[in-house]
Ligand binder design. Structure first.
Ligand SMILES: [Zn+2]
Ligand SMILES: [Zn+2]
Length: 262
């Protein structure tokens, strides 16, 4: 009878698969490393044209504060980004003379978020736009705060972090990490994109990879800003959802905002 011999380790120790270290896995995805910036805010309004979360939006003179076409109430400013006070260099390729604004309808009666499916990009109760940056801040627009606005949180500083794609993207993309490798990263909290308010970097996807496509050219849009529930914004997207503002790299006036929750 033939006997199968088990291979015996040289030193008598049982052969153990070598545990993967988080650093080894990070090496594999190093090419995907991006920089992201987490905002630091100040609750004083400093400039109508400043980058801010909530607060008073810059409205060109002669124009009205935007309203929701569903309930006709004032939209709430969620985010205003002034490319001239963002960290440089960054790879977002924003137009230097265009302000970016994101308005959202926070009405509960009617519940525009649900009626207009505001979690999907291009909802009519969301206004994401670019508009020309004026040379100087108009004085009159500081005078009146539209109703239904959140407290002002001017972004006064940006904290730089390394960012990596989340496990959804690492498994669907070229990185092709195994589920074991993804687990190593998740347990170490290294290489996980931050579920925080942040500029650029990699989106933290709650459900699945959901980059919108530009309605003009069909190309996948890039995430320029992530808004987390109740980080700076006093708003919850569903059940602690995470929201993303995207822009087409070719059509800079095409912006899309959407969110997903647990
Ligand atoms: Zn509305
Ligand atoms: Zn496009």
């Amino acid at each position: 009878m033939k006997q199968w011999l088990k291979p015996s380790p040289v030193n008598g120790a049982p052969a153990q698969p070598k545990a993967l270290s988080p650093d080894e896995v990070l090496q594999k995805i190093n090419v995907y490393k991006r920089t992201t910036w987490v905002p630091v805010v100040d609750e004083e309004e400093q400039n109508i044209l400043a980058s801010k979360i909530g607060g008073r939006a810059y409205i060109p003179s002669g124009e009205e504060h935007p309203h929701c076409p569903n309930c006709h109430k004032e939209l709430t400013l969620f985010l205003q980004l002034n490319p001239q006070d963002l960290p440089a260099p960054n790879d977002l390729d924003l137009e230097p003379e265009q302000l970016i604004q994101l308005f959202y309808c926070t009405s509960k009666e009617p519940h525009c978020e649900v009626e207009c499916e505001a979690y999907f990009p291009f909802s009519k109760s969301v206004l994401a736009r670019t508009l020309p940056l004026p040379a100087t801040a108009p004085q009159d627009s500081l005078a009146v705060m539209a109703p239904r606005q959140f407290p002002e949180q001017t972004i006064v500083e940006w904290i730089e972090h390394e960012d990596y794609p989340d496990w959804h993207e690492m498994q669907v993309g070229d990185a092709q990490l195994s589920s074991e490798e993804v687990e190593v990263l998740e347990n170490s909290e290294l290489g996980i994109p931050k579920a925080a308010d942040k500029l650029g970097g990699w989106p933290y996807w709650v459900q699945s990879v959901e980059y919108p496509l530009c309605p003009e050219c069909g190309i996948q849009m890039q995430m320029i800003f992530q808004l987390d529930s109740k980080h700076h914004l006093p708003y919850m997207f569903g059940d602690m959802g995470v929201a993303h503002l995207h822009q087409c790299r070719l059509h800079k006036n095409r912006l899309a905002f959407g969110w997903a929750s647990y």
